[in-house]
Design a protein around this ligand. Structure first.
Ligand code: ASP
Ligand code: MG
Length: 406
């Protein structure tokens, strides 16, 4: 059985007209001889609408019930779309997360997939041409509904593709591929034909928004080729795949940025063993992702600890740090939400020196102050003031000659 997984985002299912475009893609895959698993997101704006409803009662509604609520968005999409396919005479059925036995942990609102009942899915596929699966949702061992975090339908799709050993996972969206940077702020951004899992991970991690980061982790782990393409055009899009030699030749493949950042500083922490653990353990326990971390050189046995988190985690982080502060006898906790991470990314960096220096020089020429720096094998990231994001991205895109093509 040749299986293709196709995932369609919210803008692709926002109304009947768009759903007909989706149907076209499904019919095309059937023509090519595939059995199709179509994974759908909620209609665009629906998840936000539901989250807003949840916030009527409190700023932090019960996470388990929030999942029951937001998972309905995808249920609406799959029901409507399956009706459309059935009217066309196709053998199709809708499948909700629990029906595909997509088992997750119980981290509501950001659950991780542990297991999928492949036999059950394959059985259903034998009997149907198309399974229309609700993205974003699963269920925990206690059979409570969970969701996989914003953008989680991508992860549903890739996980399903890995489970049934699909030939490929096509992620259909409203852009026609992965660009060297965000085309909305840099008109010279260029679509890439192919990109490695690792570079894509950095792009996704930096809020490139095309794919949820976990979906790329999954794809890499199970070696699922992922094609990012547009529902509304017929181009091949961008293939996210294993690294090859041509990718190594390029020093920088793209410039990513992420405005969903907040910088936190805990002042005057005593400089002794166990302090970092005391600060970051409770944050980890609350499943708050901490990214760039800097500990200053200490003065008189005291030091400042600075790190970044996502803006949505700010309230909870401040709450936790209040407790930590009292326990450690630390100074005040400061935060700044007007910051942005800008990164130069590329596997070629492993063998080229000077990328960091070039990036710092470029920012200096534009008079942009660097607040924090972090590096990895294939990425250099600078935290800057948010108002300089566009300027930084455009200039770096120019300096690394990304418009010219590979
Ligand atoms: N509907 C969910 C969201 O808006 C999941 C997804 O679309 O991937 O985040
Ligand atoms: Mg998405």
């Amino acid at each position: 059985m040749r299986i293709l997984v196709q995932k369609f985002g919210g803008t692709s299912v926002r109304n009947l007209e768009c759903m007909q475009q989706v149907e076209r893609k499904v019919l095309h895959a059937l023509d090519e001889g595939y059995k199709v698993i179509t994974v759908l997101s909620a209609m665009s704006g629906e998840t936000d609408r539901l989250l807003e409803l949840a916030r009527q009662w409190s700023r932090r509604p019960d996470p388990a019930e929030k999942d029951v609520l937001v998972a309905t968005g995808e249920q609406v999409s799959v029901a409507l779309f399956t009706m459309l396919l059935k009217d066309r005479g196709l053998k199709a059925r809708s499948v909700l997360g629990f029906q595909a036995a997509i088992t997750t942990d119980d981290a509501y609102c950001k659950a991780r997939i542990h297991e999928i009942d492949t036999d059950r899915l394959l059985e259903m596929l034998e009997a149907h041409d198309v399974l229309v699966v609700a993205g974003f949702q699963g269920c925990d061992p206690d059979r409570r509904i969970t969701t996989l975090g914003r953008g989680g339908s991508d992860t549903s799709a890739v996980a399903l593709a890995a489970a049934v050993k699909a030939e490929r996972c096509d992620i259909y969206t409203d852009v026609d591929g992965v660009y060297t940077t965000d085309p909305n702020i840099c008109s010279k951004a260029r679509k890439m034909k192919k990109i490695s899992y690792d570079v894509m991970l950095e792009f996704a991690g930096m809020g490139a928004k095309v794919l949820q980061i976990r979906s790329v982790e999954f794809a890499k782990k199970f070696n699922v080729p992922v094609q990012v393409r547009s529902t509304f055009t017929d181009g091949p899009g961008t293939l996210v795949t294993k690294e090859d030699d041509t990718m190594e030749a390029v020093m920088v493949s793209g410039i990513a940025y992420d405005k969903d950042q907040c910088r936190i500083t805990v002042r005057q922490v005593p400089d002794r063993p166990g302090i970092a653990a005391a600060i970051f353990t409770p944050l980890a326990a609350a499943k708050i992702l901490v990214d760039m971390i800097i500990q200053n050189a200490s003065l008189d046995g005291k030091t400042d600890m600075t790190f970044t988190i996502c803006r949505g985690d700010l309230d909870q982080t401040l709450e936790i740090l209040e407790g930590v502060k009292a326990e450690l006898g630390a100074g005040e906790v400061l935060y700044d939400t007007q910051v942005c991470k800008v990164s130069a990314i590329g596997v070629g960096m492993r063998n080229h020196s000077g990328v960091a220096a070039k990036m710092f020089t470029t920012l200096k020429k534009e008079n942009i102050n660097i607040l924090m720096i972090s590096t990895s094998e294939i990425k250099i990231t600078c935290l800057i003031e948010e108002k300089y994001t566009e300027l930084a991205v455009r200039t770096l895109h120019d300096v690394f000659e990304l418009a010219a093509g590979q």
